[in-house]
Design a binder for this molecule. Structure first.
Ligand SMILES: CC(C)(COP(=O)(O)OP(=O)(O)OC[C@H]1O[C@@H](n2cnc3c(N)ncnc32)[C@H](O)[C@@H]1OP(=O)(O)O)[C@@H](O)C(=O)NCCC(=O)NCCS
Length: 221
């Protein structure tokens, strides 16, 4: 029987977080067929949380070894500002120094992501009501053991303790396991948006939709 537990994030788990985001980056599966540079992928998706808001990250352990993470952000406006001021400049510096290997596959993924942003296809639920957000991923062998629910529960408890009014998150139709999970935990579907060009188009012809969930943390009146 696997023993699961959750602990606060510590820098010793940074490599495991970066590994996990990569091997779950395609709807819960390895993103390698679509994005080949592990460092760039991890920098884009986890650097903010591990390096600028580590106090709101949690690690799931299975028999003492990292099984996955929840990366939390208490105020998405701070995230957006820090991405512009700190994280993207770091990434651009690494790019200029040739620290990433951008092949054709990776370049197409990035171009599609940028195009979609430029078209304004994604969305953010209202930040006055739902300022916090989260990302959660578990390595495949450690799913359906209750770890995800415990990780989200810990983050929601912390947010309630901080007096946060609410939380949002974005997932996609490629993340087939996430919808039942978020709905079971009490998140409400807020919006669905179709991406004209799926970032996974190279090998996956299905339409891709962004799906956005919210949860109010205000006690019921
Ligand atoms: C989504 C994910 C974080 C859920 O974590 P988990 O530890 O597997 O989920 P839990 O065991 O805590 O499940 C809690 C409840 O959520 C629901 N749930 C979880 N996974 C589900 C699935 N695949 N399908 C339907 N419902 C699901 C169930 O009601 C479950 O309760 P039950 O097991 O008693 O029936 C995990 O499966 C995962 O990392 N998946 C791949 C990556 C991913 O999709 N991440 C989210 C990106 S936005």
């Amino acid at each position: 029987m696997t023993e699961v537990s959750i602990v606060p994030y510590d820098a010793k788990y940074r490599a495991a977080v970066r590994d996990c985001v990569f091997v779950t980056g395609y709807g819960g599966d390895d993103v390698t067929p679509f994005f080949t540079d592990r460092e760039l992928f991890a920098d884009l998706l986890t650097l903010y949380y591990t390096d600028y808001e580590p106090e709101h990250a949690y690690i799931g352990l299975a028999d003492g070894a990292p099984a996955g993470y929840l990366l939390g952000c208490a105020d998405t406006r701070v995230y957006e500002e820090t991405m512009k001021r700190e994280v993207f400049p770091r990434i651009f510096k690494n790019l200029a120094r040739g620290r990433y290997r951008i092949d054709g596959v990776t370049a197409r993924y990035i171009a599609r992501g940028l195009l979609s942003q430029w078209r304004g296809e994604g969305m953010t639920p209202p930040l006055e009501q739902f300022p916090a957000h989260l990302h959660i991923d578990l390595f495949a062998p450690y799913r359906r053991l209750g770890l995800g629910a415990r990780l989200v529960g810990a983050w929601l408890d912390d947010l309630r303790g901080m007096g946060s009014p609410g939380i949002h998150l974005g997932t996609s139709t490629a993340h087939t396991q996430s919808h039942g999970f978020y709905q079971k935990l009490g998140f409400r579907r807020y919006a669905v948006r179709r991406f004209r060009t799926s970032i996974f188009k190279d090998r996956d012809q299905r339409d891709l939709y962004g799906v956005y969930y919210v949860m109010s943390l205000r006690p019921h009146q």
